[in-house]
Design a protein around this ligand. Structure first.
Ligand code: DGT
Ligand code: CA
Ligand code: CA
Length: 578
């Protein structure tokens, strides 16, 4: 199916051309011709590029493809674009195309909405549905408006991705509830969330049961469920009240492992596996690995991978980024695990007096940590004597607490210090010298050009008191783009000078992102994991940093906080040349 990629790409372009021509009031015959061709290409199994090897004539002989469309197919195959499509896109606002794809809208209605109400985006359509303007249009009754609102919600949900940390813990509650159903033998979170991808489109839950219908029925009645989109024998799709879409698939217990594998994906990883299966004369799907009609594996994931001659591959690696080759060659990384994380290297204690440092120490202890770095962000950097006094106070307070709780867990005094545009730090060296761990980050002037930004960061890392480059890209997911910098040079410098680079797991930024973290490690950088917590219950974001570290192929020895307190302190001293 995936072999005929170009068929789908060209079909989409033809369908868009049809929609835009229709919107612009072009000839109905032409519109119909493009639509028919799009439908034909979608259902065509043979790759169009193979047919095109026979030249224009071979294309021309296909049903629904005339001379004109054959030309356009050839144009796409040789240039990757269709000029007519691009010209039309200049005439039709991009948002209008999206509106046409809302089920129940179509080009005619989109045109009406545009002509009468000037609506050119999904957001404007949402507003007009809510404030009653659409209801006033010819042909729009209460029922139709309600249907549109529903469809729009589907489209909006499909377009929106959620930061993993916003949904992961809710997902686990749903899984626990499924597991507690008497008919359910196992339940698990699959999809991108199981792979610790930083954002997820929807949640994918899998349950093993011999009574699929009863499980789906119980699931759609969970109190979090707002709306049921689909409830069939072995599956259900719902919207939660939070707006999140959740897919549930129920499978026979014998297929548990292959179900897990299939619904965990990623799609690219699974497509690659399917190729390996074919090479061995096997077939793989969500129900098992098959040799003809015989199921040779399926009960566990390890069995499924084993049937393809592979060791089990941890979900965070399953992105088809070389993990299958590594598995074949026996060189999968020994991924760092949550158990190996001995402490949190950055939390912000300024959350008011209700959570005192003592509470923080207690929370850290209950997570099994041996240490925790308390990072001040602001008051220390007040210029002059006041800042110095403040720093000494923090250090003394932390020392007192460490003595009173026998250093279990040990709190490290620290700060995350802003890097000024020229690479100097917001805090003078004499204050930094008071602190046990110093992190630096870009917190202003995000738009410096690549060269200036790189120089700025390198200069900050040259400061002998600095241990860690924190929040390296300064991005916020869906809000602020990463800064531009020469990461190769920065990572090389960090590796050479023995400084660490951070993966801050705070859910709304996850910084470094996985691919950059992987590159850093390849260049020999040690990564420092932190929750970036600003409240006690946010210490759990360490798991997001860890998941990202796993997606970056990191093993324990590449992670600063897999060291115990003694090793960490000697590392901190060594960075400062002590
Ligand atoms: P998301 O939801 O966009 O964050 O990403 P995923 O990976 O959770 O994708 P989703 O929810 O569309 O599908 C869940 C899993 O189901 C996916 O990781 C692999 C599997 N899957 C979905 N569609 C296909 C497909 O066409 N072929 C194969 N082999 N697997 C698929
Ligand atoms: Ca998903
Ligand atoms: Ca899904």
């Amino acid at each position: 199916m995936y072999l005929a990629m170009k068929n789908a790409e060209i079909a989409r372009i033809f369908a868009e051309i049809a929609d835009m021509l229709d919107f612009l009031g072009d000839s109905p015959f032409r519109v119909r011709a493009y639509r028919a061709a799009a439908r034909y290409l979608t259902g065509l199994d043979e790759p169009i590029e193979r047919i095109a090897q026979g030249g224009e004539k071979a294309l021309d002989e296909l049903p629904y493809i005339g001379h004109d469309l054959a030309q356009k197919i050839l144009e796409y195959l040789s240039t990757g674009r269709v000029r007519k499509h691009e010209e039309l896109k200049k005439k039709v606002p991009a948002g209008v195309l999206q509106i046409m794809r809302v089920p129940g809208v179509g080009p005619k209605t989109a045109k009406l909405l545009y002509d009468e109400l000037g609506i050119t985006t999904l957001a404007e359509l949402r507003a007009a549905l809510n404030d009653g303007r659409v209801l006033g249009l010819p042909g729009f009754g209460e029922k139709k408006v309600e249907r549109l609102r529903h469809s729009l919600r589907l489209v909006e949900a499909a377009a929106k991705r959620h930061p993993l940390g916003e949904v992961l813990w809710q997902a686990r509650e749903l899984v626990a509830r499924l597991e507690s159903l008497p008919q359910v033998e196992h339940a698990a979170l699959c999809g991108s969330a199981r792979r610790y991808k930083e954002t997820v489109g929807d949640l994918d839950l899998l349950a093993a049961s011999r009574r699929a219908r009863a499980v789906a029925d119980a699931f759609v009645r969970f109190p979090e469920v707002d709306e049921v989109l689909l409830a069939g024998a072995g599956r259900a799709t719902v919207f939660l009240k939070t707006g999140l879409q959740v897919d549930l698939k129920v499978i026979e217990p014998d297929s548990w492992g292959s179900g897990l594998q299939y619904f965990t994906g990623s799609k690219d990883h699974s497509i690659h596996l399917r190729g390996l299966a074919m090479d061995r004369g096997l077939k793989i799907n969500e129900y098992g690995v098959w040799k003809g009609a015989e199921r040779i594996a399926g009960a566990s994931e390890a069995e499924v991978y084993g049937a393809l001659g592979l060791p089990w591959i941890p979900p965070p690696l399953r992105e088809d980024r070389g993990e299958i080759e590594a598995a074949q060659e026996g060189r999968l990384p020994q991924l760092v695990s949550l158990r190996q994380v001995r402490g949190d290297l950055k939390v912000f204690p300024k959350w008011g007096d209700k959570d005192s440092l003592a509470d923080l120490a207690k929370a850290a202890a209950s997570r099994g940590y041996g240490y925790l770095a308390v990072a001040d962000r602001s008051s220390l950097c007040a210029a002059g004597e006041a800042g110095l006094q403040e720093a000494k106070k923090l250090v003394a307070e932390i020392r007192r607490l460490n003595e009173s709780n026998d250093g279990k867990p040990y709190l490290l005094s620290g700060a995350e210090v802003g890097i000024l545009p020229d690479g100097r730090l917001e805090c003078p060296d004499e204050i930094l010298a008071q602190l046990e761990v110093v992190l630096v980050s870009v917190r202003s002037h995000y738009d410096l050009d690549r060269q200036a930004q790189t120089r700025r960061i390198l200069r900050a890392l040259e400061n002998p008191y600095v241990h860690v480059l924190a929040r390296p890209t300064a991005r916020k997911i869906d809000e602020r783009a990463p800064i531009e910098a020469d990461w190769e040079r920065i990572f090389e410098f960090a590796a050479r000078s023995g400084k660490a680079v951070e993966i801050d797991g705070f859910y709304s930024h996850i910084d470094l992102p996985d691919t950059l973290a992987r590159r850093a490690a390849e260049l020999g950088v040690t990564l420092s994991l932190s929750s970036g917590a600003k409240a006690l219950d946010q210490l759990r974001f360490m798991e997001l940093a860890l998941g990202t570290a796993q997606r970056a192929w990191l093993s324990a020895k590449q992670v600063l906080n897999s060291r115990d307190l003694r090793q960490l302190r000697s590392w901190l001293a060594r960075v400062r040349g002590q």
